[in-house]
Design a protein around this ligand. Structure first.
Ligand code: ADP
Length: 190
């Protein structure tokens, strides 16, 4: 199995690059943001609860997202591997992921971290808000809060994966294809 964490702040391009990577490498895309939005669309109890956090740009509680990932992993345990997009976002989530993968006799091969400047992130998210209609992409305050939450709670995971020698920084400021090629170059060395 090849399991990758695609990492980076909101607007870094994780979803866009995941779509291209799963096609090239035959992996399964696990985006906690996408799963949560489908729960909201289905008006499930989980979705209704998650929405209150997402609308403010806060993180959904760890146990909720960990439970979702656990379910998806056991559902797809014979796949070629996974791309984790938007997960893990806290130390607790990273610990839980390592345990879950260990139970499946597998592990994270690399954390590929997209580097994009703050101003560019805000610009991309506001543009996506206009096109996709995601409510959390329409409001500058919510966008700034998501980036702040990323710096406070999520970016410490760079140290977590560095200590396991899995951290790889990727320049995410270029075009979609430029970033994709940089990611593929790294993945092909794994
Ligand atoms: P982005 O990275 O562009 O902000 P996502 O689709 O990954 O967008 O996430 C949207 C929202 O969903 C987040 O702001 C957060 O509220 C919630 N969310 C997604 N993944 C997680 C996670 N792993 N842990 C907690 N909350 C999450």
């Amino acid at each position: 199995m090849l399991n990758l964490v695609l990492f980076g702040p909101p607007g870094a391009g994780k979803g866009t690059q995941s779509d291209k990577l799963i096609e090239k490498y035959g992996l399964i895309h696990l985006s906690t943001g996408d799963i949560l939005r489908s729960e909201i669309a289905a008006k499930s109890e989980l979705g209704i609860k998650a929405k209150t956090f997402m609308d403010k740009g806060e993180l959904v509680p760890d146990e909720v997202v960990i439970g979702m990932i656990k379910y998806k992993l056991t559902e797809n345990n014979h796949s070629k591997g996974f791309i984790f997009d938007g997960f893990p976002r806290t130390k607790e989530q990273a610990d839980a992921l390592d345990k879950l993968l260990d139970e499946l006799d597998t592990y994270i091969a690399a954390m590929l971290a997209l580097k994009v400047e703050h101003e560019e992130l805000v610009k991309r998210l506001l543009k996506r808000g206009k096109n996709s209609g995601r409510p959390d992409d329409r409001n500058t305050e919510v966008i700034e809060n998501r980036i702040k939450v990323y710096h406070n709670l999520t970016s410490p995971l760079i140290k977590y994966y560095s200590e396991q020698n899995k951290y790889q920084a990727i320049d995410g400021m270029g075009t979609i294809d430029e970033t994709f090629n940089r990611l593929c170059q790294k993945i092909d060395t794994l």
